[in-house]
Design a protein around this ligand. Structure first.
Ligand code: LLP
Length: 429
């Protein structure tokens, strides 16, 4: 059977990731677990950076897509910076040895403590999302007797034609400064003593599968930049965010190279440093979720395949109705049935697939849920007191555990009984 996803192929009817048998990993590590292929990540990064050619650029990996320190470090070693949205992500990026001067801080709700942490660590810049945030950063920087670099995130009002939950560049979205109000805020920032405006930015959404929304957004940003450079010519940093989609089933997203070229064409004649914040397009197709079938169940009107991973491990199908291709780790001829693959959580929404025609998987079969490298583990939770699962990285034909499976003890490690509950005997009336 032909390879379907870069880095994954069947050999002797067993699905392999970069020549390592996923059956062997399921056996050794247990299921469920996430498995990532380091080569796929580094190849994606190098395709992107090479395609930007001579344009001065910095690729700030969006840590939220997959925040495991080993994944961040895999990219940092290639030269990537980081796009972070919390103190926790900053901590992870620093642990992964991302140079602070390659870190940009996005997000609408940065706290005073987080701003303080980022200023102390000397990150490259804050992507400003509101006037109040700008003033807060000016204040915190003043308390350190420092000048903080900032870039204003503009909402360019471009329709990315993606799922409404992940469209972020529309007028109604909470993100960015409205395009029409941007110049006023920019002028205001130029008057502040403890911030240095170095650029403009935008991020229009995620899982975008054509280049046209990116080209539209770039054009709008350049138009604004022309006006801004009249006020301060040294503003030369343009951050066009992330958002490039990947293939989950039948999508045909542009390649990383064509994405890069769509920007290059617009900006090559200008003296600009381009910043990109890709997440999914670097790591999404580099990972799978391995899960084992527990039971088959025939309902009165629907059939179910119950597996050992659920919405707490992978929430995308439950949250967005997202589609993930499912492949059996041992390939064989199955009958097809119409069924949903469901998890063990006590929620009707705990689905990995909506009802669709799938192979009639049998108990003990190991399944690979494809395209889980992004927004899989990073969105997982402990719901139903389910311990977080192991994560594995394949590198050079070997596999390494990059996150241990949690134990029951880990689940309650931070909980504390208040004194009035410390009594061990049951209270009787
Ligand atoms: N920069 C900013 C400011 C962002 O908000 C995001 C993603 C990115 C970069 C990276 O976008 P990417 O290249 O990964 O598309 N949980 C959703 C996706 C949420 C995206 C949030 N922001 C999902 O599972 O589809």
């Amino acid at each position: 059977m032909a390879a379907i996803f870069q880095g994954f192929r069947y050999r002797d009817h067993v699905l392999h990731a970069d020549h390592v048998s996923l059956a062997k990993i399921a056996e050794e590590v247990g299921t469920p677990c996430y498995v990532y292929v380091s080569d796929v990540i580094t190849q994606n990064y190098s395709e992107l950076t090479k395609s930007l050619g001579s344009i001065p650029h910095l690729i700030c990996y969006a840590v939220k897509a997959n925040s495991n320190v080993s994944i961040i470090k895999t990219l940092a070693q290639q030269g990537a910076g980081a796009d972070i949205v919390s103190g926790g992500e900053l901590y992870r990026a620093l642990e992964a040895e991302v140079p602070p001067e390659k870190i940009v801080f996005s997000g609408v709700g940065k706290t005073r403590e987080e701003i303080d942490f980022a200023i102390r660590k000397k990150i490259l810049c804050f992507n400003i999302e509101s006037e109040q945030e700008l003033l807060q950063i000016d204040l915190v920087a003043k308390s350190h007797r420092k000048v903080a670099n900032v870039s204003i995130r503009i909402n360019p009002d471009v329709d990315p034609k993606t799922h409404p939950y992940i469209a972020t560049g529309l007028k109604k979205s909470k993100f960015g400064i409205p395009y029409k109000k941007a110049l006023d805020l920019i002028k205001q920032s130029l008057r502040l003593k403890n911030v240095n405006l170095m650029g403009l930015g935008c991020h229009i959404g995620s899982q975008i599968t054509s280049v046209s929304p990116f080209v539209d957004a770039t054009k709008r940003m350049l138009k604004l930049l022309d006006q801004v450079q009249k006020l301060k010519p040294e503003i030369t940093h343009l951050d066009l965010g992330g958002g490039l989609g990947i293939m989950y089933s039948k999508e045909h997203p542009p390649s990383l190279a064509s994405w890069a070229q769509s920007f290059s064409k617009e900006i090559e004649d200008r003296k600009l440093t381009l910043i990109l914040e890709p997440g999914r397009s670097l790591v999404g197709n580099a990972g799978v979720l391995l899960t084992r079938v527990l039971y088959g169940k025939r309902g009165e009107s629907s059939n179910f395949v119950v597996v050992d991973s659920g919405m707490n491990d992978l929430i995308r199908p439950a949250l967005y109705g997202a589609y993930h291709t499912i492949l059996p780790v041992h390939y064989r001829k199955y009958k097809k049935i119409k069924a949903s693959v469901v998890g063990p959580c006590c929620e009707s929404g705990d689905i990995l697939t909506k009802p669709r025609r799938i192979q009639n998987f049998q108990p003990n079969d190991v399944l690979a849920i494809m395209s889980c490298g992004a927004y899989g583990a990073s969105m997982s939770s402990h719901y139903n007191s389910r311990a977080k699962i192991a994560e594995v990285l394949i590198h050079d034909g070997k596999h390494f555990i990059i996150r241990e499976r949690e134990t029951y003890e880990d689940l309650i490690q931070k909980e504390k009984l208040p004194p009035f509950l410390r009594r061990t005997q049951a209270l009787t009336a």
